[in-house]
Structures are given as structure tokens and as C-alpha cells.
Design a protein around this ligand. Structure first.
Ligand code: RIB
Length: 305
């Protein structure tokens, strides 16, 4: 069992199922509506916990019903929640998600307490980092949090995994301190300002990141699988074909499973194959956290293909 620190967001996901997304100025009816626990940080923490890892979560909630429900749910998933700060007068994060009949999603995030988490909150948790095997963060927290976390990773020499989602500019210092980055194709394009329409494009963009920041680059490409690009390798590990219902949290499932498997084998090939399977199973269920599988079911799936 490895210890992983997750620094990230916690959201209540309000999910409407629609036939097609609303066009500008249009009002449409939803087919269904559900509330699910989510947030990229929380999803990745649960994915790690469902891979039987020790997880310590650093994040923030509001002093409200959603916040306490989500914090308890993380605790029920065997995640240490001592690093969650309660922010007064700021609501817990909310994500407004639409899922269309092609199983695509479109998301609007109200960051709320997630963006009120600050550098001091991270520094207060420094003790918890000391015996950690890895750190993972995403971009649903502010720059100060990213920078402080990356400094601690460097100081304690802990591999920092960065999932650069949702896409936005990342401070250079954070990228310099990153061990492995896991963009999807569009995040890679916006990080490098290079086209990422073909595999050759993606390899070139990944090469730029690798050379500039000396990091491992793992590009997720949905059902096509993922590209591993580092000093030893540049290859695609194919994905698995499944009946998709909802792709929300597929990327988060991939990231949690990737780190867990990598810490076990120190082999990105093996880790990406396992993460592809883990993410594939997550798209067969609705919602974010409720869709994240357990290691046992993924091992069974891999045995039977
Ligand atoms: O990656 C999926 C997540 O993105 C959702 O759970 C939602 O909360 C948004 O943060």
C-alpha cells in the first residue's frame, strides 16, 4: 500500500441528461436529473482508495450541507479528510453537468470553496507529506495552492503527478517540479500551443513538454487509449471497448489507477494498461464517484478479455 496526497477539488455534481446540448438562446427539457458527489480531486482520491491505497486529501468545503455530505463520503471511502478546510461564507463547489444522448458531457463549474483553499492551508498539512509516495493535483484549485504543493514535492523529493484539467495556464515553477503530466489531447494543445489533431502532432507536442520540463508525459485519448512519451518510450497503449453510458470522471479514474499501478510496478506501460481498463469500466456507469470501479472488478475484467 502506498501513501498518496491528493490536493484538489470537491464538488456536488448536478447532472441533467438531455437529448442534445442547449444552443445559445434555446431552452430545452432534461430527460433526467441526478445529484452525484464529484470534483476532480475527490474523484481521483476515490479512484486511489478503490485501488486500496492510503489517501490523504487536502481541499476545502463550505460550511454547508453539501460540504459535510461530501467530506463524510470521502471518509466512508477510507480517505483521510484531516486536510479538508471549512471555509465560512463560501459555498462548497458545484458542477453543472449536461450529458447528451451521445454520452458526451459539458460542464460549468462554480469553484466556491475550492478556490478559497490557499497556500497557508497546504503548508499547515506539511507533516502529512513527509512519508508520502506520490502527490497528485489537478487545476480546480488556485495557483498559490499549485505552487506551494509543488514546492513541498520538490523539498521532500516526492513524485508530483499533475493532471492539467480543466485547461488553463500553469505556473512555470509547477511544471518544473512535475514528475509526470497527464493531459488529454485538447489540454496538451493548449499547454503547448501546438496542434494535436494526429498522433504525430501529439508526439511532437509531448516531446516539447518532455524536453522543456524533464517530465513523463501520458496523453489520454479516450477509447483510443493513451500515449506514453518519456526518455525511454513513445508508444500508444490501446484502450478497451465498452458500452459507454457517461464519461464523467473517466479521466479521474485513469489518473488514480495510473498512480496506484505505477507505484507498484514503476513501469508506465503496465500502469497505463491497467489505468485504461479502470477508466473503461468507469464509463459504464452514471455519475462521477458512483461510477469509479474497485480494483477487484478491474482485475476480473482484465482476466476475462
Ligand atoms: O472530471 C469530472 C469532474 O469535473 C466532475 O465530477 C465535476 O465535478 C468536475 O469537476
Amino acid at each position: 500500500m502506498s501513501k498518496i496526497i491528493v490536493v484538489g477539488s470537491i464538488n456536488m455534481d448536478l447532472v441533467s441528461n438531455v437529448e442534445e446540448f442547449a444552443k445559445p438562446g434555446e431552452t430545452i427539457s432534461a430527460i433526467d436529473f441526478n445529484k452525484y458527489p464529484g470534483g476532480k480531486g475527490a474523484n481521483q482520491a476515490v479512484a486511489l482508495a478503490r485501488n486500496n491505497e492510503e489517501v490523504y486529501f487536502i481541499g476545502a468545503i463550505g460550511n454547508d450541507e453539501n460540504g459535510f455530505y461530501l467530506k463524510n463520503l470521502l471518509g466512508d471511502n477510507h480517505i483521510n479528510t484531516n486536510g479538508i478546510t471549512i471555509k465560512e461564507n463560501i459555498p462548497t463547489g458545484t458542477a453543472f453537468i449536461s450529458v447528451n444522448s451521445h454520452h458526451e458531457n459539458s460542464i460549468i463549474i462554480v469553484h466556491g470553496a475550492n478556490y478559497a483553499l490557499n497556500g497557508e492551508d497546504v503548508i499547515k498539512q506539511k507533516e502529512a507529506f513527509k512519508n508520502a509516495d506520490a502527490i497528485i493535483m489537478q487545476l480546480e484549485v488556485n495557483d498559490e495552492v499549485l505552487i506551494e504543493t509543488s514546492r513541498i514535492a520538490k523539498e521532500f523529493n516526492i513524485p508530483l503527478f499533475l493532471n492539467p484539467a480543466p485547461s488553463r495556464k500553469i505556473p512555470e515553477e509547477v511544471l518544473m517540479n512535475t514528475f509526470a503530466i497527464t493531459p488529454n489531447e485538447s489540454e496538451l494543445a493548449s499547454l503547448t500551443l501546438m496542434p494535436c489533431d494526429t498522433i504525430q502532432d501529439i508526439q511532437k507536442a509531448a516531446e516539447l513538454l518532455k524536453d522543456r520540463y524533464h517530465m513523463h508525459v501520458i496523453v489520454t485519448m479516450g477509447s483510443k487509449g493513451a500515449l506514453i512519451h518519456n526518455d525511454n518510450d513513445s508508444r500508444i497503449v490501446e484502450g478497451f471497448k465498452v458500452e459507454a453510458v457517461d464519461t464523467t470522471a473517466a479521466g479521474d479514474s485513469f489518473n488514480g489507477a495510473l498512480i496506484s499501478a505505477y507505484l507498484e510496478s514503476h513501469d508506465f506501460m503496465e500502469a497505463v494498461r491497467y489505468a485504461n481498463a479502470f477508466a473503461a469500466l468507469s464509463v459504464t456507469k452514471n455519475g462521477a464517484i458512483p461510477s469509479i470501479p474497485y480494483k477487484d472488478s478491474v482485475m476480473d475484467f482484465l482476466k476475462n478479455i
